[in-house]
Ligand binder design. Sequence first.
Ligand code: ADP
Length: 246
Amino acid sequence: MSDKPDKLITDDGLRLDGRRADEIRPMKIEIGVLSRADGSCYLEWGRNKILVGVFGPREAHPRRSQRADSAVIRYRYNMASFSTEDRARPGHSRRSIEISKVSREAFEPVIMAELFPKTAIDIFVEVLQADAGTRTAAINAASIALADAGIPMKGLITSCAFGKVDGQIVLDLSKDEDNYGEADFPVAMTQDGEITLVQMDGHLTPEEIKKGMELAKKGCKEILEIQQEVLRKKFETPVEDTVEKA
Ligand code: ADP
């Protein structure tokens, strides 16, 4: 871990990586990167690198895990052992189990699971490189991978954290800000702004949370635009093509 810098935010309001308080890190999304998955996504967000594969709806095994009235949604978040500065211990941990659970719950309100009784929809997340904000990055990638798999959803889910650094509320914490900041508050929401995940690490006043939620909404709106652009590129058939094929 790097030494604590004197200041995480300069007097000019710039953060260590040059961002302003309300700016997210650069995000890059590729869709359909795994040929064996029904849907997939590779996402880079700052230095985070995340790969997501979606499988299903497919018959759920073991059978006792099936639900007669809907699909079961399974979400597995995993960090590669080489994804962090210190080697991450392979396999499940309390942290990965918790992240998997809250991330699955973040998608449950939008996935139309009732259309596929007795099946499973599996979302596998592999964190290849971690640099703070991996759960939010993974949710953004999973949203695209689910759409790529053609899973019926009421809309996309977007996710972004805010936090408190040097006493200021800022959007999308970097690794140093996460290490040395005072609070981290990941949020996920539907396209309509309905909150489907909130977590808090650290201490924030109600006013700070209110301010942070406004920032998170702004961040999620920007991410939604990036997600929609990627999906539009993949699925929008140019009018000329449709005419030629008819
Ligand atoms: P998130 O990645 O969603 O922000 P945390 O706040 O738990 O989740 O973790 C912050 C960062 O700390 C991670 O993105 C990663 O860079 C690092 N980290 C998390 N778990 C480990 C671990 N087991 N070993 C080393 N670094 C880790």
